[in-house]
Design a binder for this molecule. Structure first.
Ligand code: BDR
Ligand code: CA
Length: 315
């Protein structure tokens, strides 16, 4: 079977952790490397969390690289209110990093450039955090555009309310200048924004059902969701939480689970009120050229059966 080769660029992050697990488990995906960025927490924390996650699931063969510790043009905003101070707070036992598993020496931006250039076929970039590493790679070596098959990313809110401001989704808000570079790059883009991720809702029933897998990674999933759900339950006054980042990986495993439309998207970079807003021209009223497939629909049942099956295959 031909596997899709990906670089997973993330800021783990509870839902990033689930994205890593899904990608590591799937026989349709080959993770070439994980690159970390500051977002949900500082870079120090996100890179440590990536090491912990891969250690826990027994995938210490995946190389991890550290990238940008701040957005291109603005100060870093983190999401301790969602993910805790470490970016991966859970109740329960501490996660240890495996002996001798460390961050690679090469910077994430140089790793992305080098990997794009050396692969014989174009690869997929899968950002699930702010787009800083991706934008800096494109700026530093524009020729990599030809070596990127698609960027499938979690970010943005087209027809939906924002989650960090009324106008903006967190990943795009944190580094709107990076997002602007990516939206203008000409690289094929697939946007998994709040329009779709708020249709991938986790509740207690799903958490309990995953525990029936009986393996360490599925119990870890439950621990992650129990912590991460607290913020969403309070803000949205429901018993469900959106599972954002794994949508990126599920799309690469089985795009038929999702539906969207190829449209124009622009990002507001500077406004105090609407910074990070992704303006999605769903109706084509601006006549601006389409640059992004915006996903809005998902097959919820099939998504969760896929995730449950894949998590069971881990340790
Ligand atoms: C995004 O923000 C982060 O908190 C999550 O990990 C996800 O990538 C959702 O807005
Ligand atoms: Ca994330």
């Amino acid at each position: 079977m031909i596997k899709r080769k990906i670089i997973l660029d993330c800021d783990p992050g509870h839902d990033d952790a689930v994205a890593i697990m899904l990608a590591a488990a799937s026989d349709k995906i080959e993770i070439l490397g994980i690159t970390c960025v500051a977002g949900n927490a500082t870079l120090e924390n996100t890179k440590l969390n990536a090491l912990k996650i891969c250690s826990l699931i027994g995938k210490t063969n995946i190389p991890i690289f550290a990238g940008s510790n701040k957005p291109i043009n603005v100060d870093l905003v983190t999401a301790a209110h969602v993910h805790g101070k470490s970016g991966l707070d859970i109740e329960g036992s501490l996660i240890e990093v495996a002996d001798d598993y460390t961050i690679q020496d090469l910077n994430a931006v140089d790793y992305i450039i080098q990997t794009c250039l050396e692969q014989s076929e174009p690869i997929y970039l899968c950002p699930t955090g702010p787009l800083t590493n991706i934008a800096l790679s494109i700026e530093k070596e524009p020729s990599i555009k030809n070596n990127i098959k698609k960027i499938v990313f979690m970010g943005g809110a087209g027809m939906s309310l924002g989650n960090i401001t009324p106008a903006a989704e967190f990943n795009i808000y944190v580094d709107p200048h990076a997002a602007d570079i990516v939206f203008n790059s000409g690289i094929p883009l697939v946007m998994m924004g709040l329009d779709v991720t708020h249709k991938v809702m986790v509740n207690d029933e799903i958490i309990e059902d995953f525990k029936k897998n009986g393996n360490k990674s599925s119990y870890f999933f439950a621990d992650l969701m129990n912590f991460y759900s607290k913020f969403h339950r309070k803000l949205y006054e429901t018993s469900e939480s959106p599972l954002h980042d794994p949508c990126v990986i599920a799309y690469l495993i089985d795009p038929s689970l999702f539906k969207g439309k190829f449209v124009n998207v622009v990002v507001e970079k500077d406004s105090l009120i609407t910074r990070g807003e992704t303006v999605v021209d769903w109706l084509g009223v601006t006549k601006r050229e389409a640059n992004c497939t915006v996903i809005t629909e998902v097959d919820h049942k099939s998504f969760f059966s896929l995730l449950k099956k894949e998590l069971k295959s881990l340790n």
